[in-house]
Design a binder for this molecule. Structure first.
Ligand SMILES: Cc1ncc(COP(=O)(O)O)c(C=O)c1O
Length: 437
C-alpha cells in the first residue's frame, strides 16, 4: 500500500522550505522516505498515521511536550472550556495572573512573570530583559536555546561553534554579520573553558544562559563559579528550563541544586502540547522589561495560560516526575542489559526522563536508522531516544524492550560479520541541520 504520509511530505517539500516548521520533525532525521511523517490522530501514548496505522510512541512524545500523553482529557477539557469563553478578546485572560502566582510560589526566588507562546521566543525575551537590565550586549551561553538571531550569532564567529550545543550544522545565514562576536559559547561543566571565554569578555557580557541539566549532572563547582561571576560582574543569569523543567521535580530542575538564577525560562512540558512559554524572574531584573518594548498579540491568548495552569496542577497532583524518572531508569537499564548481552558496544545517557542510547561503532548512523526501520515494522515510533511520559507503563516498557531484542540481534550479527550493506531499505538518517534539496 502507498504511504500517504510519505507522499504528502514529498509535496510539502515543494511548498514548505525544509518540509516542516521544526528540524526535529523532519522525516530525514529518522527514516528518510519511509517515516510516516504525518498523524491523523493521537491519544494517550498512541498515534495514527494517514493510512490509519497505529503506532506506540516510544520516541519523544511530541518533542518532549506531552508528558501527560496525547490529547489528555483534563487538559483538553480545560482548553475547550477556555475556548468556548473566548480565546482572544479586547481584554486580558484572568488566568495569566493565577498562573503568575503559581509560578512564583513554586519558585520562591522569583517575583514576576512574562509569557510567550514558544520556548525560543521566551529565551529571546529573557535575553532582551537581561541586556536591558545589565546595560551590556554580549551573551555567554551553554546548550541549545532556539533559532533566534542572538543565539545563531555564535556561528558567525566560527562555523562549528554550535556543534557541541545539541544541534550540529546550524547555519547563521540571514543573521546580521554585525552580531559577530556577541554570542559566546562555552562547554558544560568545563570551568577552564568558561573561565577562558569569561576573562576575555567579562566587561561586555550582560547575560549568561545555561541549560541546568540535560545529558549529565551539573558539577556544583561549575555552578558556583558561574553564579559568582554573574553576581560580581552585573551579569543576568538565565536558566533555560524549556526541556529540563517538570521532569525531575515539580518546577525547574534548578530547584534541585544550590543555585539561584535571575531568570528562568519554561516552555514545552509546561502546557502538554499547547503553545506556551514563560519567563520568570526577580523583580529588579524583570522590571527592565518596562524599559524595552516586548509585546505580542498572541502572547495574550487564553489557551496558553489555561493549558499551562491545568497542566501544572495535574502534574502536581500526579507527582509526574517520580513516574518519568522510574520509567526512564527501566528504559536505560533495559537497553543496557540487552545491548550488553549481545556484545554491542553502547552508551546510555541523559537524565532518565530524557533517555538515550548510542551504538559505539563507525556505522552508528546506519544502525540507528536500521533500528527505527525495524521498530516501525513492529508499530513503534522509535529511535535512540525515549522521552518518558505518564502513558508509558512498566508493562508497556517491558513490551517495547522485548520488541527491541530481535532488532538488537540483527545489529549484533551485522557488527560481528562486519556486513551492513543489506540492512537499510532507504538512505541513512540525517544527524543535524542539512539543506533538503
Ligand atoms: C533547552 C531548550 N531551549 C529552547 C528551545 C526552543 O524551544 P521552541 O522549540 O519551543 O522554540 C528548546 C527546544 O528544543 C530547548 O530544548
Amino acid at each position: 500500500m502507498k504511504n500517504a504520509g510519505v507522499d504528502l511530505y514529498q509535496k510539502a517539500k515543494e511548498l514548505i522550505p525544509g518540509g516542516t516548521q521544526l528540524l526535529s520533525k523532519r522525516p530525514e532525521m529518522f527514516l528518510p522516505n519511509k517515516w510516516p511523517s504525518y498523524y491523523s490522530k493521537a491519544k494517550g501514548g498512541k498515534i495514527w498515521d494517514l493510512n490509519g496505522n497505529e503506532y506506540k510512541d516510544f520516541i519523544t512524545m511530541g518533542i518532549g511536550a506531552c508528558v501527560l500523553g496525547y490529547a489528555d482529557d483534563d487538559i483538553d477539557n480545560a482548553v475547550v472550556d477556555g475556548l468556548r469563553k473566548g480565546n482572544m478578546t479586547s481584554l486580558n485572560a484572568p488566568e495569566e495572573v493565577e498562573l503568575a502566582e503559581l509560578f512564583t510560589s513554586i519558585h520562591p526566588w522569583s517575583d514576576m512573570v512574562r509569557y510567550t507562546r514558544s520556548g525560543g521566543e521566551a529565551l529571546t525575551v529573557a535575553v532582551r530583559i537581561g541586556r536591558a537590565a545589565s546595560g551590556k550586549d554580549k551573551v555567554m551561553f551553554c546548550g541549545y536555546h532556539g533559532w533566534h538571531d542572538w543565539y545563531l550569532a555564535a556561528n558567525l564567529s566560527e562555523d562549528a561553534a554550535l556543534d557541541g550545543h545539541l544541534l550540529p550544522g546550524l547555519k547563521p545565514k540571514g543573521v546580521p554579520r554585525a552580531l559577530k562576536g556577541t554570542s559566546l559559547p562555552f562547554n558544560f561543566n568545563d570551568i577552564e573553558n568558561f573561565t577562558e571565554v569569561f576573562e576575555k569578555n567579562k566587561d561586555e557580557v550582560g547575560v549568561l544562559v545555561l541549560e541546568i541539566i540535560r545529558n549529565v549532572e551539573p558539577n556544583q563547582d561549575f555552578l558556583n563559579k558561574i553564579q559568582k561571576a554573574c553576581k560580581e560582574n552585573n551579569i543576568v543569569f538565565v536558566i533555560d528550563e524549556v526541556t529540563s523543567g517538570w521532569r525531575l521535580n515539580l518546577g525547574g530542575a534548578h530547584l534541585l541544586y544550590d543555585v539561584e538564577p535571575d531568570i528562568a525560562v519554561f516552555g514545552k512540558t509546561t502546557s502538554n502540547g499547547y503553545p506556551f512559554g514563560a519567563i520568570i524572574g526577580k523583580r529588579k531584573i524583570m522590571e527592565a522589561a518596562q524599559e524595552s518594548f516586548i509585546s505580542s498579540t498572541y502572547w495574550t491568548d487564553r489557551v496558553g495560560s489555561v493549558a499551562a495552569l491545568a497542566t501544572i496542577k495535574k502534574m502536581t497532583a500526579l507527582n509526574t516526575p517520580d513516574h518519568l524518572v522510574k520509567i526512564g531508569i527501566q528504559v536505560q537499564e533495559g537497553w543496557a542489559k540487552r545491548l550488553e548481552e549481545r556484545n554491542i558496544p553502547y552508551n546510555t545517557f541523559g537524565i532518565h526522563p530524557l533517555s538515550h542510547f548510542s551504538i559505539l561503532h563507525e556505522q552508528a548512523a546506519l544502525l540507528k536508522t536500521y533500528f527505527t526501520q525495524e521498530m516501525l515494522k513492529k508499530n513503534y515510533l522509535a529511535s535512540t531516544v525515549v522521552y518518558t511520559s505518564m502513558v508509558h507503563t512498566t508493562e508497556s516498557v517491558e513490551e517495547y524492550l522485548t520488541a527491541c531484542e530481535s532488532v538488537f540481534d540483527k545489529i549484533a550479527e551485522a557488527i560481528e560479520k562486519d556486513e551492513f550493506d543489506n540492512l537499510l531499505e532507504g538512505p541513512v538518517c540525517h544527524s543535524g541541520f542539512k539543506r533538503l534539496n
